[in-house]
Ligand binder design. Structure first.
Ligand SMILES: *Cc1c(COP(=O)(O)O)cnc(C)c1O
Length: 394
């Protein structure tokens, strides 16, 4: 974080935006414009040549979007940041920037369903290979690195089994080989986990989740070194074009102001629900970073400020039908994919987010038919639990 901000909470509210530059407007204005006018033809020439700073066209830069990027760069402790139309826009821009034909991506075993699909697409169309590693030990990582590995991609905690990977360890091994480490930091958000401070190179987000926080926007963010961010802005944004709209950037600016207090409450509520789930006779295998038996528990305590709001668990008996019957009995909790919203959401990964992954690989990732994923919201935890309990007992 920049020196002028000692605390995350303050930076989340003030960083990246100066009211004095915007007629005193407390809230950042939404610059809803496609293009920017030049005073003279020569000024237009200078802007394109890069000899004069200033805006040209909203696919190349927009003041509302820039305010968001500057704020997130500060929050991730990064030199710069780029905002995208979706989390997948961010993931694809990063992977395309770091690879070319015949390169190799080493990916954590267990990854967001569409990231998995993208790896398959890159392999089929562009001969960019990939491998999955559990990344539990340095040895495991070293053994999977090839001469053509140009990117290590890590998701932690891993969706949906909440296994945690030690980011300091991954960064250490990657440094030996000079390979950049990309972290999908969506689940913890920048408030609970700082990949760059742990030695990783790039942090990316589906801002759709905790950063937006209110279930009303789809967006993505990438934070890292200025040289890297300039490169993905040129390719991923300027030429491929998955730019964020000014209004969506504004929604994220608003969401970020309350990120710390929301994450604190999401975590507190999840800790309570986790305790109750572990005690219930119909429930087994509760996956939550703070549980001692959770894979990567020690790394979680070391690198995460709090556990976050996502819990997965299995029903003792039955498979898909029983899991679906349980979901159908819920009244307050909404059945939906996505996570990190103020509303508590519940999903069945095997038939929803992870349905695209072949069954064998899906099971290797721990996504069984009786696995249920819960994104604990900001309602009273007692009301959330009462709904889960009636559905389990009913
Ligand atoms: C949702 C999600 C994504 C994809 O983000 P979108 O905003 O939906 O495109 C990527 N990674 C993780 C971990 C996610 O949860």
């Amino acid at each position: 974080m920049k020196k002028e901000y000692k605390h995350f909470e303050t930076a989340a509210i003030h960083a990246g935006y100066d009211t004095k530059k915007h007629l005193g407007s407390l809230s950042a204005p939404i610059y809803q414009t496609s293009t920017f006018t030049f005073d003279t033809a020569e000024q237009g020439e200078a802007r394109f040549a890069g000899t004069e700073e200033g805006y040209i066209y909203s696919r190349l830069g927009n003041p509302t979007v820039q305010a968001l990027e500057e704020k997130v760069a500060v929050l991730e402790g990064a030199e710069d940041c780029a905002a995208f139309a979706s989390g997948m826009g961010a993931v694809s821009a990063v992977l395309i920037e770091l690879t070319k034909t015949h390169d190799h991506i080493l990916c954590s075993l267990g990854v967001y369903g569409c990231t998995f699909d993208l790896l398959v697409l890159l392999k089929e169309k562009y001969a960019i290979d990939y491998d999955f590693s559990p990344m539990e030990t340095e040895e495991q990582i070293r053994n999977s690195i090839r001469p053509e590995t140009t990117c290590i991609f890590v998701e932690t905690p891993i969706n949906p089994t909440m296994r945690v990977i030690d980011l300091e360890m991954v960064a250490r091994v990657a440094k030996e080989h000079g390979i950049p480490v990309v972290v999908d930091n969506t689940f913890p958000s920048p408030y609970l986990q700082s990949p760059l401070a742990l030695g990783c190179d790039i942090a990316l987000h589906s801002a759709t989740k905790y950063i937006g926080g209110h279930g009303d926007v789809v967006a993505g963010l990438v934070a890292g070194k200025s040289s890297f961010i300039s490169a993905i802005k040129k390719n991923g944004l300027k030429d491929i074009g998955s730019i964020i709209a000014p209004f969506d950037a504004w929604l994220l600016l608003r969401g970020l102001k309350t990120l710390p207090i929301r994450m604190d409450r999401h975590s507190e509520n999840a800790i309570k629900i986790n305790e109750q789930l572990k005690k219930h006779p119909r429930v087994k295998n509760v996956y939550f970073p703070w549980n001692e038996e959770n894979a990567g528990h020690e790394a979680a305590i070391k690198q995460m400020k709090q556990p976050g709001g996502v819990i997965s668990f299995e029903l003792q008996e039955g498979g898909k039908q029983e899991a679906q019957a349980f979901l159908n009995k819920l009244q307050l909790i909404k059945i939906a994919v996505s996570l990190g919203d103020v509303e508590t959401l519940i999903s069945h990964p095997a038939s929803m987010t992870h349905a695209v992954i072949p069954e064998k690989e899906r099971r290797a990732m721990g996504v069984t038919d009786q696995l249920i994923r819960l994104s604990v919201g900001l309602e009273s935890w007692e009301d959330i639990w009462a709904d889960i309990e009636q559905a389990l007992n009913g």
